[in-house]
Design a protein around this ligand. Structure first.
Ligand SMILES: Cc1cc2nc3c(=O)[nH]c(=O)nc-3n(C[C@H](O)[C@H](O)[C@H](O)COP(=O)(O)OP(=O)(O)OC[C@H]3O[C@@H](n4cnc5c(N)ncnc54)[C@H](O)[C@@H]3O)c2cc1C
Length: 400
């Protein structure tokens, strides 16, 4: 039996933030139990290795789910202040995304590791069970070790990215305690579409306005760069839309507007202008003045127009058809690319937690990060929640 004051299950973003905070506020016996050989492995992969650790416009409105994060976000304040207290300085890019000044995710992990220097780290230690007995929490590990503690912070993340230690198996520990959980769903990931539509577009990147639709309902729109792969459509705006997708393939499609700044009559007049200048060219060559050639080919195919037809033969009806497809091209959605999901929607239901993230039915057990039913779009909001929730749980338990 290994006794401590505070036990943290999971040495990821929120667990490390919780440990650093609790130690700085006076809890001296803290242990982090981490199933991987080292802590913070996922942090190193965030923001393409640069760690987009927050956003300068972060607010309650950025978060969805059953937990209301108002108190936690208010108490935490800014991620820049949190990290500057750990000796790490940040910079903000033109879109408001906040990064470590060195633009290196390892600087963020180093800051947390240094702040946790006096915290006991148990790596290769996977927790399989947690129970409350004789006034203490007890955690049992896969290898048969037992830890006991006055308080526990459950920071074992979500259900995606098993290579970073998070496969959802840890949620079973909470289920056994009968804590209500909203079923997990992979989000912030590419969306699968029809191979025959995507194959010719593979490798293309275009700026577009994209709307996720369910039958005739428009669910959400994002503008940005989209990337085509053989089977999926990717890009930050697609990642954000993926949160609104529920796996019922036939009902969803993406409506892509390849000319977000033009309306249909304006596209038509540009098409006529191209036709006039390139009157002796094929349809695909005419369109290449406006669109990338593979995309022009796909649009013509969808309009039932041969790419090699002389563009001078295009009728007014065909020009209108091309314009409408440029404005609203439909890609059916067949599912999500789960392996590339960056986050989880779902987790411990908000109604089970108080304003300090403590489980109402179990005093001195707090839940942080992706294990809480709360999620946000790309841009640093996920990590902001991880730091904020870890900070609040660490602070709350150190004040008990
Ligand atoms: C590729 C990628 C890029 C991303 N980029 C960004 C970004 O730039 N900005 C942003 O805001 N968000 C980003 N995210 C999301 C962000 O990383 C997560 O939301 C955040 O790390 C969640 O923190 P957490 O503490 O809840 O969980 P995690 O950081 O996932 O940590 C959970 C830890 O618990 C451990 N664990 C799990 N089960 C057990 C167990 N039974 N016993 C012991 N330990 C266990 C895991 O090994 C893991 O180390 C990205 C995610 C990915 C995958």
């Amino acid at each position: 039996m290994f006794p401590v004051q505070l036990l943290i299950i999971g040495g990821g973003a929120s667990g490390l933030a919780a440990a650093a905070t609790a130690f700085s506020m006076g809890i001296k016996q803290i242990a982090i139990l981490e199933r991987l050989p080292r802590v913070g492995k996922k942090i190193l992969a965030t923001g393409n290795g640069r760690c987009n650790l927050s956003h300068d416009s972060v607010s309650v409105q950025n978060y969805q789910g059953s937990y209301d994060p108002t108190e936690i976000l208010m108490q935490f304040g800014s991620a820049e202040n949190f990290f500057s207290a750990l000796g790490l300085y940040c910079r903000t890019d033109q879109e408001g995304r906040i990064y470590p000044y060195s633009l290196s995710a390892s600087a963020v992990l180093d800051a947390l590791r240094l702040a946790c220097e006096n915290v006991q780290l148990f790596c290769n230690t996977s927790v399989k069970d947690l129970f409350f007995h004789s006034g203490k929490w007890h955690a049992l590990t896969e290898s048969g070790q037992e830890f006991s503690a006055d308080s526990v912070i459950f920071s074992a993340g979500g259900i995606v990215q098993p290579k970073f230690g998070t496969d959802g198996s840890a949620w079973k520990i909470l289920e056994r305690l009968q804590i209500p959980i909203v079923q997990g769903k992979p989000i912030l990931c590419p969306l699968l579409s029809e191979k025959k539509l995507l194959q010719p577009l593979k490798g293309l990147r275009v700026k577009a306005s994209v709307t996720l639709c369910r039958q005739k309902n428009y669910l959400s729109t994002e503008i940005g760069e989209i990337q085509f792969t053989e089977k999926a459509i990717s890009g930050i705006c697609i990642f954000n839309l993926s949160s609104c997708f529920i796996h019922q393939p036939t009902e969803y499609f993406l409506s892509v507007n390849f000319f977000p700044e033009l309306d249909v009559p304006e596209i038509i007049s540009r098409l006529y202008a191209c036709q006039a200048v390139r009157c002796s060219s094929s349809c695909v060559d005419m369109l290449s003045g406006l669109l990338l050639k593979p995309l022009a080919g796909v649009i013509l195919k969808q309009a039932n127009i041969s790419v090699s037809m002389p563009c001078s033969e295009l009728s007014a009806l065909q020009i209108r058809k091309i314009a409408l497809l440029c404005h609203e091209f439909h890609f059916p959605i067949l599912g999500t690319v789960k392996e590339q999901a960056q986050a989880t929607a779902g987790g411990v239901h908000g109604s089970a937690l108080d304003q300090h993230l403590q489980v109402k039915q179990f005093p001195r057990l707090c839940i942080t990060g992706e294990a809480v039913d709360i999620h946000a779009p790309c841009g640093g909001y996920q990590l902001h929640w991880a730091w904020a929730s870890g900070y609040s749980a660490g602070k709350f338990l150190s004040e008990r």
